[in-house]
Design a protein around this ligand. Structure first.
Ligand SMILES: NC(=O)c1ccc[n+]([C@@H]2O[C@H](COP(=O)([O-])OP(=O)(O)OC[C@H]3O[C@@H](n4cnc5c(N)ncnc54)[C@H](OP(=O)(O)O)[C@@H]3O)[C@@H](O)[C@H]2O)c1
Length: 327
């Protein structure tokens, strides 16, 4: 089968190449998907750069990609609840990475049936961003009435997280640049802050939660704008100690500048490293079916233009999701 593979660490143009590989085999709990579409995520290009070598060790060459939608071609003997021919989608586990390929093997426990009211392209963009949003916001106990700032509302994660936080009854602030303000407002955000024209730190204060999707100084600044006892939930900064233990980082301690900021605000700080989860994906399917969550697709590329698709995503300017289509 044809697959887009990471051949060596480095720049996308040199590191990625199309290869002929064997179709993955399945074990008793797996299903084999004939790929219809793949959703691209920043983790993919960060893996190519070698920046995540320690956290996600790869045996190169390695097929790229974590999100997939398609049709079940085969199922293992112990698979329940799915049949050959079902339309499904998933964020595959790390050891089954490789969704930019004509066929994908995936453990059935992380798979969900594709909602019938969305296309394969739309479905392929949802698993990683949806699971990340739910896990990061639930980890700090998002609840009705919370005042939340979600950074980068026009990104893959932000565009899902805004809609999800609204279903929970939160008051949502978000940041984006001028060109995206109107459509991000239409996702339900109560106040869209145009970072080209406004300083978000002068607009928000005493927040219950900051969802930090940007990292670096944005994580540190989050402690200035939460209330005493507020929460900073990040997907782009240093691990909290619980997450570090889960990732096997023995003896890890939070950097001192973080501990000081946390103590000063009696804050709760978490870094979520998303995990595939079929039950949570079923929840996403239900919200999509009820039209509480709408997939946001920026561009769809044919499989043969997969490297261009990654180059576009890596500009950091995507408006929702970048998708590869296999039909
Ligand atoms: N820990 C985890 O498990 C996990 C899971 C998922 C994602 N992540 C990480 O989370 C980050 C976001 O992922 P994503 O999929 O949402 O990325 P993405 O879709 O590539 O984000 C692109 C968006 O970011 C916006 N943006 C860039 N700089 C901004 C700024 N200074 N202020 C406000 N918006 C800004 C851009 O809007 P403008 O063009 O308007 O600037 C663009 O719409 C990535 O670093 C990713 O690796 C981590």
């Amino acid at each position: 089968m044809k697959a887009l593979q990471i051949l060596k660490y480095g720049e996308l143009k040199n590191g990625l190449s199309f290869s002929e590989t064997s179709r993955p085999s399945i074990n008793a709990t797996d299903i084999l998907i004939e790929t219809k579409a793949t959703g691209l995520n920043p983790i993919d290009y960060k893996l190519v750069s070698g920046g995540l070598k320690d956290m996600v060790p790869l045996n190169l060459p390695s097929t790229i990609g974590f999100d997939v939608s398609g049709v079940i071609l085969e199922k293992g003997a112990d698979v329940n609840g799915f049949e050959v021919g079902d339309a499904v989608y998933a964020r595959v586990p790390q050891n089954q990475m490789g969704t930019v390929a004509e066929y994908v093997a995936v453990d059935s426990t992380v798979v969900s049936k594709k909602p019938e009211n969305i296309s394969f392209e739309e479905a392929a963009g949802l698993p990683l961003i949806g699971l990340t949003s739910i896990q990061a916001l639930e980890r700090v106990g998002l609840k009705e009435g919370d005042r939340v700032l979600i950074h980068a509302g026009s990104g893959g994660v932000g565009s899902f997280a805004i809609q999800y936080a609204k279903t929970k009854g939160a008051y949502v602030y978000t940041t984006t640049s001028t060109k995206n303000v109107e459509w991000v407002k239409a996702l339900g955000a109560n106040r869209v802050i145009d970072y080209k024209k406004e300083d978000y730190k002068s607009i928000v204060s005493d927040l219950d939660i900051v969802f930090d999707t940007l990292g670096d100084d944005y994580t540190l600044e989050a402690f200035q704008i939460i209330k005493v006892g507020g929460k900073v939930t990040s997907i782009a900064s240093v691990p909290d100690e619980e997450t570090a233990a889960m990732m096997g980082m023995k003896g890890y301690q939070l950097p001192e500048k973080f501990s000081k900021l946390i103590d000063a605000k009696s804050a709760n700080y978490k870094l979520t490293w998303m995990q595939p989860n079929g039950e949570q994906l079923d929840t996403i399917s239900a919200m999509v079916k009820d039209e509480k969550i709408k997939p946001i697709t920026d561009k769809v590329y044919p499989f043969e233009d997969g490297i261009e698709a990654y180059l576009y995503l890596a500009t950091g300017r995507a408006k929702g999701k970048v998708i590869i289509n296999f039909s």
